[in-house]
Design a protein. Structure first.
Length: 140
């Protein structure tokens, strides 16, 4: 793992959260993106080398909607940038971590992602992510 790529924060209302984080961080969000396969709309704020990802559910049965109904808005996950997502997934399995995904899937911000189950990671949902352009370089 090379760095914390982003911290994901579940929010009830993306527009209100964008205004709050704009005031808090002193910068505007750098992009808004919908990931329809996950039922989520995201907004990213660049903070130094890392990002804050705000996550708003777009459907009542999405993972974010379920998270908010159970725990309320707040920190949802910590994402780590990895050089080779397939190798990182195998290393995590070898270390005894339980992965939620068998294969990486396309996430927001041009990333392939895989989640580590919080029950095997001290109660924290961990996301492994790799820039899609880097996947081509690794596999070539």
């Amino acid at each position: 793992m090379r760095k914390i790529e982003h911290i994901g924060i579940a929010v009830d209302n993306l527009d209100e959260a964008n205004a709050l984080y704009r005031a808090m961080l002193g910068v505007d969000h750098c992009k808004i993106e919908e990931v329809s396969s996950e039922g989520v709309r995201t907004s990213f704020f660049q903070v130094g080398e890392s990002k804050i990802e705000l996550l708003e559910a777009t459907s009542t049965d999405s993972p974010i909607a379920k998270f908010i109904s159970k725990k309320g808005p707040g920190v949802h996950h910590i994402a780590f940038d990895v050089e080779d997502i397939h190798a990182s997934m195998q290393r995590m399995r070898d270390e005894g971590f339980v992965l939620i995904n068998d294969e990486p899937k396309r996430g927001a911000d041009n990333k392939l992602v895989c989640f580590v189950h919080p029950k095997s990671a001290g109660g924290v949902l961990i996301e492994l992510c790799q820039e899609i352009a880097q996947v081509r370089e690794v596999n070539e």
